[in-house]
Design a protein around this ligand. Structure first.
Ligand code: AMP
Length: 416
């Protein structure tokens, strides 16, 4: 017999508690849910039609916090108090990020190089967990505002390649934002769910999910069989993404302007970063880009851009080859290739991946939304609406116990 809850105060039928899917991205974040009527996953959009919330946090002099599109302009005007790419710091020590420190325009504390990093804004110190929780709080508020109902339960996606400390940090950030994080799921697994793969129990497929976002790269090889998802292997680089494509353009332009360093003028550095991103996006659909920067005309052609980024794209292909090797598969075994992440809109990326796997890639679902959409599909499965599905995952890193002298005896090898 089914039980139906009734709200005694209003007499209305109580709806089952909603579980949303959250893509907490390095560059952008967003929330999706299953539409109650169409039963299809949708990304939640504000009145301005945008589903994407830039993962940017700004602190003003009075301690007020702004997140998202309103915070983004401060990357230019107030860079030391504006935090971007906080996800790259999750679960990391100063030693882990030292070689990339130049990339961050804000202050990262380095007194203890082994312990987890903190960011200094004014005289306050923030952990990456706190910074991410500001983004999650903003997402929660935004969803509650759109849906006009409290939302307390969520699934949060993470890159497949990250370790357990980073996964736990993501859970903690959710908790701090007042969210009950029911599951942390791998982004590529979510992406395949968004493509509806595996929903037909008779389907047998081997899929490569190529995910090049703003700050991270993941390649995952998944096998779907009998409605069960199994991740055969993962590979990737937590320091490779669209930001690096921007950086290639920045360095090219700095060379043209004969500027060695913009370290003393962080606001100019940010302006150049934004102009470079604008150029990259324009070059996905045009062969030439031109802009004005500090009184100089800057331009770049698609051909030069492709030469600049070829080695970055090749690096992702090396990861693909390693993932294929770990999975013990031949290229001909891959039935479908999915493109995920905003940076897969770059034609050179699409073409290189297509050439490597020797087939047309699948990019029909919006690559910015696909992970959140899949998280919503998984949320629906968790809430019991799709009981014939089971999700199996692998251990992305080896698990073991510490024995003598700090050595580890592996109990479960990587990719078990
Ligand atoms: P994501 O982390 O998936 O939200 O991806 C964000 C990244 O995608 C950023 O580096 C964006 O600059 C990049 N991006 C978004 N749109 C485009 C486009 N049309 N062409 C190239 N890169 C893009």
């Amino acid at each position: 017999m089914a039980k139906i809850g009734i709200n005694i105060a209003t007499g209305s039928l109580q709806q089952p508690e909603m579980i949303v899917g959250i893509d907490l991205g390095t560059t952008n974040s967003l929330v999706a849910m299953i539409h109650p009527e169409t039963k299809l996953p949708i990304a939640l959009k504000e009145f301005d039609g945008s589903s994407i919330v830039p993962s940017v946090v700004h602190f003003d002099a009075f301690g007020n916090v702004e997140v998202g599109a309103v915070a983004k302009p401060y990357l230019e005007t107030d860079p030391v108090n504006t935090i971007f790419s906080a996800k790259r710091l999750m679960g990391k020590s100063y030693n882990d990020i030292q070689t990339h420190q130049d990339f961050f325009a804000y202050k990262i504390i380095d007194d203890n190089k082994d312990s987890l990093v903190k960011v200094q804004v004014g005289n306050q110190f923030y952990s990456p967990i706190e910074l991410s929780s500001h983004i999650l709080t903003a997402l929660k508020n935004r969803v509650e505002h759109i849906l006009k109902t409290p939302v307390n339960k969520a699934l949060i996606t993470v890159p497949a390649y990250i370790n357990d400390t980073q996964r736990q940090a993501t859970r903690d950030a959710g908790k701090l934002a007042g969210l009950d994080v029911l599951r942390i799921i791998n982004e590529p697994t979510a992406a395949s769910l968004a493509y509806g793969l595996g929903l037909d129990p008779s389907e047998e497929k081997t899929i490569a999910v190529y995910d090049l976002g703003g700050g991270t790269f993941d390649i995952s090889i998944l096998r779907i069989s009998g409605g069960v998802f199994e991740v055969l292997s993962t590979n990737g680089d937590t320091y490779l993404g669209g930001d690096d494509l921007d950086r290639a353009i920045i360095e090219y332009w700095m060379g043209l302007m004969k500027i060695d360093s913009l370290d003393d003028t962080k606001s100019l550095k940010q302006q150049l970063r934004l102009a470079a991103e604008e150029a990259k996006i324009a070059l996905s659909n045009a062969s030439h880009f031109e802009t004005n920067f500090a009184g100089e005309k800057l331009s770049i052609t698609k051909e030069i851009f492709e030469n600049l980024i070829a080695s970055i794209v090749d690096k992702t292909m090396d990861c693909c080859a390693k993932a294929m090797k770990d999975a013990g598969l031949k290229l001909a075994d891959i039935n479908t290739v999915l493109m995920v992440g905003g940076s897969t809109r770059v034609p050179l990326v699409k073409n290189t991946v297509s050439k490597y796997f020797n087939q047309a890639v699948n990019d029909s679902v919006n690559p910015d939304e696909v992970v959140a959409l899949g998280a919503a599909v998984q949320a629906d499965i968790l809430s019991g609406n799709n009981q014939n599905m089971l999700l199996l995952d692998i251990t992305p890193l080896s698990l073991g116990i510490e024995t003598m002298g700090g050595l580890m005896d592996v109990l479960l090898p990587r990719n078990s």
